[in-house]
Write a protein that binds this ligand. Structure first.
Ligand code: 13P
Ligand code: SF4
Length: 307
């Protein structure tokens, strides 16, 4: 018998009194069954406001962890505990701790793509949607360390004029886009604006008409008079755009080494794993209370500064 996983997830969601939050990079079938689909910033607000008993977070581990930190009384589950993030992995908390001990006095601005341990060592968190605003609000008399994404940090420096020391991390998906590849597709579709995520390299961002977070891509494409766009980010975004901005054409920016722009971690999630997570309430995000308290402070600062 073929199981209708979509229906099974909906049924278990009702039984568990759960809410399903999904990132823009999830597959179409997951986006269709979610209660809310958005970027890291929108998802953080939704997680904090959630009043269901259970949050099923379809994204990657640091996102589910953030949901637990901002709403610790809820049971937070995820479809696959091994859905990590190459960017978050590039900055282990013990390495950062050693670095800060050797370089005291830094004001640490951490991109939300980092572990709870790194958040706990940070002064303020940011997402791609608010990084410029957050860095503009950082104390003017302090030396800034921005981590873990070097490309996002460079873009923020360009936009704010604020000098920052940059951690040398990057995302395995966004560094696959190259200047030559994007130039080629731009030549093929000269009327289509290039919309790129700030995690792309500077060489790619140079060719972009708009650089923004995944959520802001929706707004940009909706408002623009153009009929077609070249989207330079993870593949899940194309579904969200096609659904929310009907009647326009979205062309995936090509990647260099393979024909795919999938995040290998985001794509570990499936409807079947969502059903299993709801049925067993595992894998579950569990964090020590003191870590929740220390990681919550810089996240809350970000949420307050972004309202
Ligand atoms: P957004 O917050 O723009 O959705 O980005 C999250 C992410 O992981 C990008 O790779
Ligand atoms: Fe991390 Fe990149 Fe995947 Fe985003 S797309 S979750 S930054 S590995």
């Amino acid at each position: 018998m073929n199981t209708d996983w979509r229906e099974r997830v909906r049924q278990l969601k009702r039984e568990r009194n759960a809410v399903i939050l999904a990132h823009n990079y999830q597959t179409a079938d997951i986006q269709e069954v979610a209660d809310y689909v958005g970027d890291s910033l929108g998802l953080s607000y939704r997680a904090q406001a959630a009043d269901a008993d259970v949050i099923l977070f379809c994204g990657v581990h640091f996102m589910a962890e953030t949901a637990k930190i901002v709403n610790p009384r809820k049971t937070v589950i995820l479809p696959d505990a091994s859905a990590g993030c190459s960017l978050a992995d590039s900055c282990p908390a013990d390495e950062l701790k050693k670095y800060l001990a050797a370089h005291p006095g830094k004001y640490v601005v951490s991109y939300i793509n980092c572990s709870a341990g790194v958040k706990a060592l940070s002064d303020v968190i940011c997402t791609s949607g608010n990084a410029v605003n957050i860095v503009n609000r950082a104390p003017a008399d302090r030396d800034l360390l921005f981590l873990p994404d070097q490309n996002l940090g460079e873009w923020v420096t360009q936009k704010t004029g604020r000098r920052m020391e940059l951690w040398r991390g990057n995302c395995h998906v966004h560094v696959e886009f190259t200047h030559a590849g994007i130039q080629k597709i731009r030549d093929q579709y000269p009327a289509a604006p290039v919309v790129a995520h700030p995690e792309c390299t500077r060489a790619v961002r140079l060719l972009a008409d708009e650089v923004c977070s995944t959520e802001k891509m929706i707004d940009y494409c909706r408002r623009s008079p153009s009929a077609a766009f070249i989207i330079v980010t993870e593949s899940g975004m194309l579904h969200r755009l096609r659904r929310e901005v009907p009647g326009k054409t979205f062309i995936a920016g090509p990647t260099a080494r393979c024909a795919c722009n999938d995040c290998r971690y985001m794509k570990l999630n499936t409807l079947e794993k969502m059903a299993a997570a709801l049925a067993t309430l595992t894998p579950r995000v569990e964090l020590p209370d003191d870590l929740i308290v220390s990681a919550a402070a810089p996240i809350q600062r970000m949420l307050d500064w972004s309202r």
